[in-house]
Design a protein around this ligand. Structure first.
Ligand SMILES: C[S@@+](CC[C@H](N)C(=O)[O-])C[C@H]1O[C@@H](n2cnc3c(N)ncnc32)[C@H](O)[C@@H]1O
Length: 253
């Protein structure tokens, strides 16, 4: 980025590069050097433009656009209006998904993320995108916040680049899902490994059980490259859009 106040360098590879563990060094304008890993979101969000530079320019991530366009195509394909969506954006980060939704015509987006730095970066970089932004752990949502969210009668949930890898576990996904009205839209992406028979995270089993028991209907599924790993390996994901039919029961997670 031309106007950035940092430079980024990649240390020499000394071991196998694992998704999320990619290391890099940021040199700030004042000469300070900070070593970070790709999933150190709290540190990354503190530096304006670093998240976008790292994930979108360097690792060629395009997931907010891919997931949101799958959602828009599916909703419009069922003759519903995008402007009628009231969205809960889960793991909202610094607001890139919210920005996509608003530019697609969504009028109400509420964000939730577990770290304060995400809310602060959203306020700094994309003010006004979210009608409300909660800093909460979805696995321990205070009842007052849960009521404020359900009172909004939300009919859509988005969740991009936030499942697995120590981020949002299956039971937190279920918590968020259950905040959405019945017949709401659900759009998210997931690493293809977590949606395969080899999966150990619990997501594959949860999604299969949700489908088999009619908790939701999958309306579209797209296999695509979410981003490149630091060594250039493409990281393949699914973008999935479904229609909620009923809550996920406790027994399923
Ligand atoms: C890779 S970022 C994705 C941000 C945004 N969705 C995007 O696509 O640019 C993952 C986000 O999930 C958030 N997160 C991780 N665990 C969470 C949890 N249990 N509840 C809510 N957010 C969580 C992280 O703080 C981080 O901001």
């Amino acid at each position: 980025m031309d106007d950035s106040n940092f430079t980024m360098s990649i240390p020499r590879k000394t071991c196998e590069i694992v998704q999320g563990e990619e290391q890099f060094i940021i040199t700030c304008d004042d000469g300070r050097e900070v070593q970070m890993r790709a999933h150190d979101y709290n540190e990354i969000y503190k530096i304006p433009g670093l998240y976008e530079h790292l994930f979108y320019e360097n690792y060629k991530c395009n997931s907010p656009a891919v997931v949101c366009s799958e959602l828009v195509n599916t909703v419009e394909g069922s003759n519903q209006k995008i402007s009628n969506l009231k969205v809960l954006d889960v793991g909202a980060g610094n607001g890139m998904v919210g920005e996509e939704l608003v530019s697609a015509g969504v009028e109400t987006v509420i964000g939730i993320d577990i770290i304060e730095e995400a809310a602060m970066a959203t306020e700094r970089d994309r003010p006004g995108i979210y009608a409300d932004y909660f800093v909460e752990d979805l696995t321990r949502l205070p009842s007052g916040v849960e009521k404020r969210i359900t009172d909004e009668s939300l009919n859509c949930m988005t969740l991009v680049a936030a499942l697995g890898f120590g981020d949002i576990p299956p039971h937190a996904f279920a918590e968020a899902y259950n905040l959405i009205n019945e017949s709401g839209w659900i759009a998210f992406n997931i690493k293809d490994e977590f949606y395969s028979e080899k999966d150990q995270t619990g997501f594959s089993k949860l999604i299969q059980n949700m489908t088999a028991s009619g908790v939701w209907d999958i309306k579209s599924k797209k296999h695509y490259v979410h981003r490149l790993c630091q060594d250039g390996t493409p990281l393949e994901y699914y973008a999935i859009v479904g229609k909620k039919q009923e809550d996920i029961p406790n027994s399923m997670v």
